[in-house]
Design a protein around this ligand. Sequence first.
Ligand SMILES: C[S@@+](CC[C@H](N)C(=O)[O-])C[C@H]1O[C@@H](n2cnc3c(N)ncnc32)[C@H](O)[C@@H]1O
Length: 313
Amino acid sequence: MTMSFNHTSVLLQESIDSLHIQPGGVYMDGTAGGGGHCAAILEHLGSAGKLICVDQDPAALEVLAQRFVGVPNIKIIHNNFSNIKTIISGLSEWGVTRLDGLLLDIGVSSYQLDTAQRGFSYHADAPLDMRMSGEGMSARDVVNTYSEQELSAVIFRYGEEKFARSIAAGIVRARQSAPIETTGELVEIIKASMPAAAKRGAHPARRTFQAIRIEVNRELEVLEKALDDALPCMNEGGVISVITFHSLEDRLVKNKFREWAQGCTCPKDFPVCVCGKKPRVKVCKVLSPSPAEIENNNRSRSARLRSAIKCAE
Ligand SMILES: C[S@@+](CC[C@H](N)C(=O)[O-])C[C@H]1O[C@@H](n2cnc3c(N)ncnc32)[C@H](O)[C@@H]1O
């Protein structure tokens, strides 16, 4: 039986166009999820082209294995995309040493968000988990073991939440009587820690849940490592395309691409370059979903697509 994996791929056409797929090229989808982007990449690949699908969630792996059963030019790999170097070095027997394109569609899938027992959603009451990989530290561990200062820093930094201090204090107070076990309990603590006016508009737990999820999955750390390790793995002309869903990730990608694109840094009055710095990439225009896409899929509204094309080394 095919497992149902509800996820509408975001910026699908734009991201496929950004990769400039060559029929015989080697591509990696580092966040394969339900395989929506993978299927679109495959449509452009000829029989000599290769696609590597990576995901850290065992549930996604199961779906991918079913969806692409019998497809010869695909490898499905259970790993964190931050291990890109190791993943590629394990593929030399398959003839892969470098990539022509890498796609990262960061964050959680709708399938993960909508599966209540994964504990990502503030709309359902479920055990506090939020681990995409199902391994390691969970949201329950963060909420029950971090100090008040650590919680406040996480909620402020990754959630950009104005009421981080008071929410952290509320969490510490609540857990003194018993550990906080569920998303529902956490939502109630967050609501009780915020002034009434701040609870109008977007869901009051949105920012705190985002922050804890980022902390649990080390999302910014793994993204930065993946980008740093990916660039040397790309062929000349290879494209790195990243779809992000919030400003912290988008800023990280923007700054990284900007740093890579920087050429000579010698003072303007130097007659010749002494720094020897050359741009490592050419940065493409940032893209956002069209109004039609946002209307069809509200979750796409905050998405941004950034791409960089590797220059000659
Ligand atoms: C937004 S979904 C991708 C959806 C996919 N592009 C599609 O069209 O179906 C993100 C997926 O990336 C995975 N993921 C997120 N961070 C990851 C990481 N660091 N390493 C590997 N997989 C990751 C998640 O488990 C999730 O399945």
